[in-house]
Ligand binder design. Sequence first.
Ligand code: HEC
Ligand code: HEC
Length: 279
Amino acid sequence: MKSKVLLSSVGLALIGVAFLIGFVDHEFGRKDVVAHQSGAVAGRSPMGAPVALPVAQPVELSPQAPQAAVQANPWTAPQTAAPGNFIPKKIALSEAHWQGMDTMRLTSELRRKLKFPRGLKGILIDEVTLNAAESGFLAGDIIVQVNNDRVTTLEEFQQSSRWVRNLSQVPLTVLRKGDQTQNGRFTTTRMTLLLRAEPDLGFAQVEAAPMIAPGDGRPHRYRGPCTVCHTIGTGFELTPDPDLIVLPPPAITKATADTGVSPHLDRGPCIACHTIFLQ
Ligand code: HEC
Ligand code: HEC
């Protein structure tokens, strides 16, 4: 009798240990590494569910490419197989373009920066060309309604544009910056403008934040997990960004350099950036 009790409690203890080992393995096991070796990147969708994305096979070094060249730089030499591109299943939009207007959501960060009233929500127009310019919109206007639909996110903005895509004009309600008040924020004036396009308006096209590399730091304040907004990898963006390519500063004469006076603010010694001609 006694030995039976002893046996069963030993049995129970063994089951408990086995369960614990299984639990530890499940919680802390290097499943990511296993998935990696099988040619898939283990990732997490913004909702938290693990997703496996297919990735291109790592590029083989050609026989001519010396292995030493890779090993020479310990900072760039991959420790393990480099992760493939990570394209989140669901990604937050960061821009929408419609009939010549470039827009983005007015976040609290932008509201503070541009000194718009606290709590104001809408879609910020940051650039205007083409039909939007002809229709009277200005950069800095905040769109709050498209054809009486309230819009506060780019997803809503795009959806409302879909409903009017076959029309040739639609009223948009915008808030335009007015005077600066004592608290430093600007007042806004509400107005309705007709966005016109021939033969039809079509709907807004959208974009997400630019691709980033796995090791990138963030130039902006913390906005949440990077993959909510960014794809991570290579090949999604030309670097350097052609928008940012600037021509070298023009050559200046020594006489100009000697005056020490430049048309721009002090940027340092002239010779650091300009070619200086003797005359
Ligand atoms: C809520 C969305 C969001 C999140 C989350 C986010 N970013 Fe960004 N990020 C952006 C947007 C939009 C830009 C474009 C410029 C801007 O708005 O500052 C950007 C720009 C960048 C850039 C410059 C890229 C370029 O090519 O100009 C880097 C680098 C970057 N983010 C890194 C990060 C990192 C690292 C994280 C995570 C710690 C992160 N971001 C989280 C939205 C986000
Ligand atoms: C860090 C780089 C930098 C430094 C240092 C610098 N400049 Fe410039 N400068 C530029 C760039 C870039 C431009 C082109 C226009 C612009 O970006 O403002 C320019 C434009 C100019 C121009 C207008 C030339 C034209 O033909 O349009 C003059 C003149 C000039 N700089 C003079 C000076 C002088 C004088 C100094 C030294 C006291 C100086 N700069 C220092 C970068 C620099």
